[in-house]
Design a protein around this ligand. Structure first.
Ligand SMILES: Cc1ncc(COP(=O)(O)O)c(C=O)c1O
Length: 453
């Protein structure tokens, strides 16, 4: 005799979806049966769940859309792929095939770019901490070093003495572009005069050659006009330096920060409404450049777009393992992926799609992961229909900052696959097992089992 699953009844307020001008609000009825023609069933059967999936077609399309939008306004443009956004080798290789150079912020990222065959002079080296041996290698390779602070000026001058030649550098600025909180920890502040002092210090040192100016105003910037303000301030500063010291700016690097079609938590409007198109950013930057630059030689423009290039191309498939009713009446689902894999779910409420049509009344639900920690919640406040064990949720966009910030915490990291333009699915990072967790551990002999007895 089979035993029926019993669940105590609850009184549930009927909700036909929250009142919202923009259709179905927080309710999820959208179905995704396939990604780029490959069914979710097939993907999970072959590569397991949870599973990260990337669409090569979408990455290339996104790259071209961003490049075309900006280069239409300012042709002397190079994109620099921001490694920290996602440095899985296959994804970096696609960006480089499309024509991007590399932008790195650490020794490790620098080594990764070099290992992928990117020559030093096509690497922009940013970041507040550049350890000496790696900095020396980058200098000798001809990398574009962006100076972050005075101590780094001293480090670079010491390197000039060591290698017997002058070093070309860019200066990282921070400035008020109307974005709060202001990213003021990196580089030299413009408005306070710190940046001008740094330039004087560089000139007095006589060892470094100032080549360009850099500034990254923040991430997921929703105001395209902020970039116009940034450009105006950077160009005026460049001309101020030209007048005072004969400096001729070879490049302007505006950093990244362009948003993807994602949704920050506590944002009322859906991304289709809240997030300006990339064309608006391109227009604001292009117009500001032509307004402020004097006729003559136009400097090279670098953009270090990260999330806008890859976020939408990434999906996370996760499977419902259990459902329960919490004591406060909330419907809860246990998924096989938690914040260990979906780190950005702390700030973003990604769209969720189901792998099948589901009938029944939607309820305000919480989806939590396998970590046995109260903070392991990957979604809450979404109206979900009753989901059976085995139902798959597809989270998107998740391509930015998850495969770099994920954690080796409690669970293994799963397979990551790439669906090629021909529909072929390839593993680009294998699922971990215990050997990945213990690889670097050393167990002293006296602690091995049996020794203490
Ligand atoms: C210096 C620099 N450039 C580029 C990026 C990429 O930013 P985003 O992903 O917002 O485009 C970052 C990210 O923080 C950064 O610090």
């Amino acid at each position: 005799m089979s035993i029926e699953h019993y669940e105590a009844p609850v009184i549930q307020k009927l909700q036909g979806g929250f009142m919202n001008t923009y259709a179905n609000g927080n309710g999820v009825r959208r179905v995704c049966k396939a990604i780029d023609g490959v069914t979710i069933d097939d993907l999970v059967e072959r590569f397991g769940s949870p599973l990260f999936v990337f669409s090569e077609q979408r990455i290339r399309q996104q790259y071209r859309e961003v490049y075309d939008a900006f280069s239409r306004h300012y042709p002397n443009l190079t994109l620099a792929w921001s490694y920290k956004t996602n440095y899985l080798s296959a994804l970096c290789a696609i960006m480089h095939q499309e024509g991007s150079i590399a932008e790195v912020v650490s020794d490790m990222e620098y080594a990764k770019a070099r290992a992928l065959g990117i020559p030093g002079d096509q690497i922009i080296y940013n970041g507040p901490y550049k350890p000496m041996p790696g900095l020396e290698r980058a200098v000798c390779d001809g990398a574009m070093i962006q100076v972050d602070h005075l101590d780094e000026i001293c480090d670079l001058e010491a390197l000039c003495d060591k290698i017997g030649r002058r070093i070309r550098v860019g200066l990282r600025l921070n400035l008020d572009a109307g974005i709060f909180p202001q990213w003021s920890r990196f580089g030299f502040n413009l408005e306070s005069g710190q940046a001008l002092e740094a330039v004087k210090r560089i000139l007095n040192g006589g060892k470094l050659i100032l080549q360009g100016l850099h500034c990254h105003i923040g991430t997921f910037i929703l105001d395209p006009k902020a970039y116009a303000r940034q450009v105006e301030k950077m160009v005026h500063f460049a001309y101020q330096l030209e007048e005072q010291s004969g400096f001729s700016v070879e490049y302007l690097d505006l950093g990244g920060g362009f948003p993807s079609r994602n949704r920050l938590k506590a944002t009322y409007l859906p991304p289709e409404v809240a997030v300006p198109g990339i064309g608006e950013f391109a227009e604001n930057i292009g117009d500001a450049l032509y307004r402020t630059l004097r006729p003559g030689k136009f400097p090279k423009l670098y953009l270090e777009a990260g999330r806008a290039m890859i976020d939408e191309a990434g999906y996370l498939i996760t499977t419902i393992q259990a459902s329960k009713r919490l004591v406060d009446g909330t419907r809860a689902y246990v998924a096989d992926a938690g914040v260990n894999l979906l780190f950005t779910s702390f700030w973003y409420k990604m769209a969720i799609e189901l792998d099948r049509e589901v009938q029944g009344m939607s309820e305000n639900s919480v989806v939590y992961g396998p970590l046995c920690m109260n903070l392991d919640v990957i979604d809450e406040g979404t109206l979900l229909p009753p989901l059976k064990r085995g139902t798959r949720l597809i989270f998107n966009p998740v391509g930015a900052y998850n495969n770099t910030q994920w954690m080796q915490f409690i669970s293994y990291r799963p397979n990551v696959v790439l669906i090629g333009e021909n529909g072929q699915v390839e593993v680009i990072r294998e699922a971990e097992d215990l050997s990945d967790v213990t690889l670097r551990e050393r167990l002293p002999a006296r602690l091995t089992k049996g020794q203490s007895e």
